[in-house]
Design a protein around this ligand. Structure first.
Ligand SMILES: NC(=O)c1ccc[n+]([C@@H]2O[C@H](COP(=O)([O-])OP(=O)(O)OC[C@H]3O[C@@H](n4cnc5c(N)ncnc54)[C@H](OP(=O)(O)O)[C@@H]3O)[C@@H](O)[C@H]2O)c1
Length: 342
């Protein structure tokens, strides 16, 4: 690691940004300078970095200058505004928002899946990362694809409110407290009440489309990630906002190209370092959001197949959306870029 490295984390006060700062500390990254930035609302706030205290700066053009690596954990519209100026500074920029995921001129990189892209020729010094649900999908599909081929994946993603950042977490806290006190909660930023409810909408709908941007993103991001492997499974499904804080659960139906006994599918998943198989339902062992927090692997279990349709595999997966699904991707991609010569 280059000890002269100057790193900026933008959006450092958000749920993802805080996790990025903590992951940099856990990895004992020896940086000459670590700047933490956010909006002007957070100027002067402090964040712990081990024994050190980092003071949050406002992400002005001047404050963003002079870094080798900029990790963007900001809303998409903020990333879109900041990136053109950042590219002129010569820094490597990694963005975890949806701003550039669909932009064919910006590489979409999932560390551990297509990390080699980070070592190849890169125009623009900008890299986009997939969503947390796509991260989980790609990690589950890839070992099955290698072993049997995957034609299609249907997914229902049960998404914790931290998908909506600090605001989502606050909203569930407030709604739960109000409802337990017998009060109807006030309307918040989420489209419907999430407290003691399930809402089949996460984020906005696409213009003139029945799909939300979140759902359309899984299809498009999986297509971008799998295209270089010459086999693009059709991925589609529904995003559901659930009244939990952290972790997403994915109920998956996978249509294999070659029917496989469940034992073989389990063995294929166990062979992947990105996946942890928790599949002993008789002993109440299966993936749950409460188990996946702070775990960098995707948990997989409840593997089943119908004898009448042996090409369809049914399973349940969980991902730490803030850690594995966002902050770790930012840190791993960023540090690999920073280690490139020149
Ligand atoms: N949460 C997840 O599960 C997840 C997973 C994958 C990807 N992502 C993506 O990661 C990004 C961050 O998400 P989050 O969940 O951490 O959101 P968040 O908790 O709302 O945090 C947003 C961060 O961006 C900062 N920010 C807002 N406006 C800004 C501006 N004009 N200039 C500079 N900084 C600004 C905020 O600063 P203030 O505190 O000062 O407002 C805060 O630090 C989003 O693009 C999201 O889509 C999130």
């Amino acid at each position: 690691m280059n000890e002269n490295l100057r790193i900026a984390v933008v959006g450092a006060t958000g749920v993802v940004g805080r996790e990025v700062v903590s992951a940099l500390f856990d990895r004992e990254v020896e940086a000459e300078q670590l700047t933490v930035l956010a909006s002007e609302r957070s100027r002067g706030e402090t964040l712990d970095y081990g024994e050190e205290t980092l003071v949050v700066e406002e992400a002005t053009p001047t404050a963003l200058e002079g870094h080798d690596l900029v990790l963007l954990a900001t809303p998409a519209e903020v990333s879109r505004t900041l990136v053109p100026a950042l590219q002129k500074t010569g820094a490597w920029v990694v963005d975890v928002s949806a701003a550039f995921r669909a932009d064919g001129s910006v590489p979409l990189v999932l560390p551990g899946f297509n990390s080699e892209v980070l070592d190849g020729p890169l125009k623009g010094r900008l890299v986009a990362l997939p969503s947390a649900v796509t991260t989980a999908l790609a990690c589950v599909i890839e070992p099955l694809r290698r072993a049997f081929g995957v034609a299609q994946v249907q997914v229902t993603a049960l998404m914790g409110v931290s998908a909506g950042g600090n605001a989502g977490v606050r909203e569930l806290e407030q709604q739960t407290a109000a409802l337990l006190s017998g009060r109807e909660p006030e309307a918040g930023l989420l489209p419907q009440r999430v407290g003691f409810n399930l809402v089949p909408q996460v984020g906005p709908f696409m213009a003139q489309s029945p799909w939300t941007e979140e759902e359309a993103g899984w299809t498009l991001e999986c297509a971008r990630l799998f295209a270089p492997r010459g086999e693009v499974p059709v991925v589609a499904g529904t995003a559901v906002q659930v009244p939990t804080f952290h972790g997403h659960g994915l109920s998956l139906q996978v249509r294999l190209k070659k029917p496989a006994p469940v034992e073989q599918a389990r063995a294929a998943l166990k062979g992947s370092p990105a996946v942890k198989v928790l599949d002993a339902p008789g002993e109440k062992v299966y993936p749950m959001p409460s188990l996946v927090t702070a775990d960098p692997t995707i948990h997989v279990g409840r593997l089943r197949a119908f004898p009448q349709a042996p090409e369809w595999l049914t399973l349940f997966a969980t991902v730490d959306n803030v850690g594995r699904g966002a902050a770790l991707n930012l840190v791993e991609a960023g540090l690999r870029l920073a280690a490139r010569p020149g």
